[in-house]
Design a protein around this ligand. Structure first.
Ligand SMILES: [Zn+2]
Length: 411
């Protein structure tokens, strides 16, 4: 019975630990940044496992890696899974890596029982998901999906001035070739949640219905530098007055948008930054997120309105600039249903949720039906060397991936 099929959780765990040895840090994390020799060492290890499993391995001009298990009708659109092997400089063992090795585990499990599928199965390793070395998160999947021009990506440089193109050439990727995107019937990505919700609610599986809308803004306010002693309060042009008005108003506006709204001031800078000088200039960032397009748009508009209101009240000049915006994604209902059904068939405790972080699946979903599977991670920690997850949860997520993929691979 196909419904009784289960992945080998011990093999998955031991491979996660073996991969974590490449770029291992003293604090128990990983530093395997995109297109470094360590990134390549990780890909080589994966490729060796994949070839031993009878798969075909190929790379593309964007630095992506594809591992293919042939289907009975091999010309049909593939059922895809994948994630990334690159990490943050102080990254963990599971972010991205889990999705890749869970995909390999699906292939191994089908091989163990000699189960053919009608459609081919492909495991994608997307290049430079983290965007920590080359400043473009989700780069490889963006190129593959046609959202990012190859030449734009090739021109990105790291802090040493080395370009993506130079590294791809050095590492032997086929840079001169264009991108030929394979037809995809359905795509799935398993990932640690990178947040605390599943753990808090004691759920094993997150059925991810989409990714929230998000944007980052910079607020600049011009004041006038003045001595903190002799200058009376009413004669100052103090930009901190604007911040003092804004923070409570923005926290309140966020609270009004429900528990899914997110508002973060992650950076505040005053110039000249002296304890006894009224700042001449204030700069801070605002990160806004919401899964609902209407609520998100309202919160964004509120930010503009509140900043300009506070500027007018204090007779100061300033501006709000949007530095970056990623529209939300609604995953494909049939793929989401496949994940939900797989979790139910395995009798796992599951809940529907929206991802708070961006993933390669956001790009993939622009050109193919896509959904994601989340598993809990300890304390919701990620982008952190202490990132950790329980073997049983990782196994459960890989089983959901297996059955969601199987439900699409034979039709
Ligand atoms: Zn990731």
């Amino acid at each position: 019975m196909l419904s009784e099929l289960r992945v080998n959780g011990d093999r998955l765990w031991s491979r996660l630990m073996e991969m974590a040895g490449i770029g291992a840090t003293a604090q128990g994390g990983c530093n395997r940044q995109a297109l470094t020799d360590l990134d390549m060492a990780g890909r080589h290890l994966l490729s060796r496992w994949a070839e031993a499993a009878g798969c075909r391995v190929r790379t593309d001009a964007a630095g992506n890696l594809f591992i293919r298990r042939a289907g009975r009708e091999d010309a049909l659109a593939v059922v895809m899974t994948g994630s990334h092997l690159d990490t943050q400089p102080t990254g963990g063992k599971f972010d991205g890596v889990y999705g890749v090795l869970a995909g390999l585990e699906v292939i191994e499990t089908l091989n163990d029982r000699s189960i053919p599928t009608l459609r081919p199965i492909e495991l994608a390793v997307w290049c430079n998901e983290e965007g920590s070395r080359f400043p473009m998160a989700m780069m490889g999947s963006a190129i593959w999906s046609g959202r990012l021009a190859l030449d734009t990506a090739y021109g990105l440089t790291d802090r040493a001035g080395t370009s993506v193109r130079q590294e791809l050439e050095r590492l032997g990727f086929p840079v001169s070739r264009g991108i030929a995107r394979q037809a995809v019937k359905a795509a799935f990505e398993a990932h640690i949640e990178q947040g605390p919700v599943l753990e808090e609610k004691s759920k094993t599986i997150g059925v991810v219905t989409g990714v929230q809308h998000m944007s980052r803004h910079e607020v600049l306010i011009e004041g006038q530098e003045a001595h903190a002693g002799p200058t009376p309060m009413h004669l100052r042009r103090d930009p901190i007055r604007v911040l003092a008005d804004l923070l409570p108003a923005l926290y309140a506006a966020t609270a009004q948008r429900g528990p899914d709204a997110r508002f973060t001031v992650g950076f505040i800078e005053t110039l000249p930054g002296s304890p006894n000088t009224v700042p001449g200039r204030l700069r801070f960032t605002v990160d806004i997120r919401h899964p609902d397009a209407g609520q998100y748009g309202a919160l964004r508009a509120e930010l503009e309105r509140l900043v300009h209101g506070a500027l007018a009240r204090h007779a100061l000049d300033g501006e709000v600039r949007c530095m970056w915006e990623a529209p939300g994604v609604s995953f494909d209902p049939s793929c989401v249903a496949a994940v939900r059904a797989a979790a139910a068939g395995l009798r796992l405790d599951a809940m529907e949720m929206v991802s708070g972080a961006g993933h390669d699946s956001c790009n993939v979903s622009a050109v193919a039906p896509t959904a994601m599977i989340f598993v809990p991670c300890a304390g919701g920690l990620s982008h952190n060397e202490a990132e950790s997850a329980l073997p049983a949860d990782l196994t459960a997520g890989a089983n959901v991936l297996l059955h969601a993929m199987l439900s699409m691979a034979d039709s």
